[in-house]
Design a protein around this ligand. Structure first.
Ligand code: PLP
Length: 469
């Protein structure tokens, strides 16, 4: 049965972010079922879902509250178009989202994935300036190593060269500025003291001993071209797909005030950081800042169904609010906008957050993960260990002194992934960065076990790299 599935998969399916040829000699991980923090394959083997099934399964699999909400919704309404039509579950969810995000965010535009949440924000910002008498504001700023999705619009603002692939000619021009990547500081500054990065109350870099010279390019760009810029898009506090790069919250608050002083919109992409990943419901809370657009997806439904939301301000909403003949309508939408099942799952996730005091109970787990991650620091080739909240990452380098990476063709991260499978953990790499993004319900005992299995997987592969560059 399992062999048959493998064979049929190879015959009929093309997987995302996957070189299918790799599976000539290796089987795909054929998942049969899941429960809590575990996935089970068709042979009955158990794996920790160490990456929350692509960062979205916040409360673990098979949660009774979310399941029941979706089942109830299925008996009532499964799908309806959302133009000039609405439904109670979407209304309830929008009210909830407005209640848990900064007070200036008052309107919710639904879509169905993280890329579309960001596309919506880009298009709204762009159109806002057209209808608000600043038509020259046509450019966007984004960060090198930032990631906002895989559509042409979002790759135009992405900063991970490997993901851009051959598509550069299809993208629009934008300004990319250096990332606040402390391990490889673009301004050449020493890494700030990490001691206070990890607890939600203190937040990353609470006692920052760094003058944030990496902000200079943003300052300069805004001074020279600020009036032509529509918005700056960034992932608050932690850049996910670019390598789980945790950066100072002071960078975020400074960047916000710089943009504000030039009238530039802020788009916060909290697709990955939202819903508790960094230890607070949203990462923006740790810098006490508020954007013009907040983009959410992934954890929104607790990972049970695809759904996304772009929240914005009354001021922006009002600019589009006019007689139809004025041509200010926002022409954007998706078939599954505000899908009722997705909205029901999101309300289920909200109920779990409330009933299980998920955020309140994170502190001990975060300490366990952040202190425990330091066990990797002494392994050969681990150049950096970093993390915040319920995210931890280990950057593998060929040489710890020079921080030189291994050639990509060596696929060290991929080898760690394969070793992890043998040890029952899913260590899906980002190049040579191995990371842990466990569900928020993972217990401290389970976190410890995950760390130990990760250490063994890393140590097995990295020991075999000794003396090789
Ligand atoms: C920060 C961020 N933005 C956007 C996206 C894109 O989301 P999706 O894959 O749902 O399109 C991702 C996905 O990993 C992400 O991490």
């Amino acid at each position: 049965m399992s062999a048959n599935l493998q064979e049929k998969d190879r015959r009929f399916i093309w997987h995302p972010y996957t070189q299918m040829k790799d599976f000539e000699s290796t089987d795909l991980l054929m998942v049969d079922r899941a429960d809590g923090v575990f996935l089970y394959d068709t042979k009955g083997r158990r794996y920790y879902d160490t990456i929350s099934s692509w960062w979205c399964v916040m409360h673990g699999h098979n949660h009774p509250i979310i399941k029941q909400r979706v089942k109830n919704q299925l008996d009532r309404l499964e799908q309806v178009h959302f133009a000039a039509t609405s439904h109670e579950t979407a209304v309830e969810l929008a009210e909830y989202l407005v209640s848990i995000t900064p007070p200036s965010l008052s309107k919710v535009f639904f879509s169905d994935n993280g890329s579309t949440a960001n596309e919506v924000a880009l298009k709204m910002s762009f159109q806002y300036w057209k209808i608000n008498n600043q038509p020259r504001r046509e450019k966007f700023i984004s960060l090198e190593r930032g990631y906002h999705g895989d559509t042409i619009g979002t790759i135009s603002l992405g900063g991970v060269p490997a993901f851009e692939g051959p598509f550069r000619p299809l993208t629009f021009d934008s300004y990319r500025i250096p990332a606040p990547y402390c391990y490889r500081c673009p301004a050449g500054c020493p890494e700030p003291e990490k001691s206070s990065w990890n607890t939600p109350d203190e937040g990353p870099f609470s006692s920052l001993n760094c003058s944030l010279e990496c902000l200079e390019p943003l300052r300069k760009l805004l001074e020279e071209r600020g009036s032509t810029i529509a918005a700056f898009i960034l992932e608050p506090l932690m850049m996910g797909a670019g390598g789980i790069i945790v950066y100072p919250r002071q960078y975020l608050s400074e960047a916000v005030s710089l943009c504000r002083s030039h009238g530039v919109h802020l788009i916060f992409d909290e697709v990955a950081t939202g819903f508790g990943r960094t230890g607070t419901m949203f990462a923006l809370e740790q810098a006490a800042v508020s954007p013009d657009f907040l983009c959410l997806s992934k954890g929104l439904t607790g990972g049970y169904l695809p759904l996304a939301a772009t929240l914005t301000t009354d001021e922006i909403y009002r600019a589009f609010y006019a007689d139809y003949s004025e041509g200010k309508t926002f022409f954007h939408g998706h078939t599954f906008t505000a899908n009722p099942l997705g909205c029901a799952a999101a309300l289920g996730s909200a109920e779990v957050f409330r009933r299980e005091n998920v955020i309140g109970n994170l502190r001990e787990k975060i300490l366990c993960l952040q202190q425990g991650k330091e066990r990797m620091a002494s392994l050969p080739h681990i150049g950096d260990t970093r993390g915040t909240g319920m995210a931890a990452a280990f950057e593998i380098v060929a040489d710890k002194e020079s921080r030189e990476p291994f050639p990509a063709a060596r696929r060290v991260g991929w080898q760690v992934y394969l070793a992890g499978l043998d040890k029952g953990v899913i260590l899906r790499p980002l190049g040579d960065v191995i990371y842990l993004f466990p569900p928020l319900c993972t217990t401290t005992e389970q976190i410890d076990d995950i760390l130990e299995r990760t250490r063994q997987s890393l140590s097995e592969v990295l020991a075999s790299m000794e003396g090789q560059a």
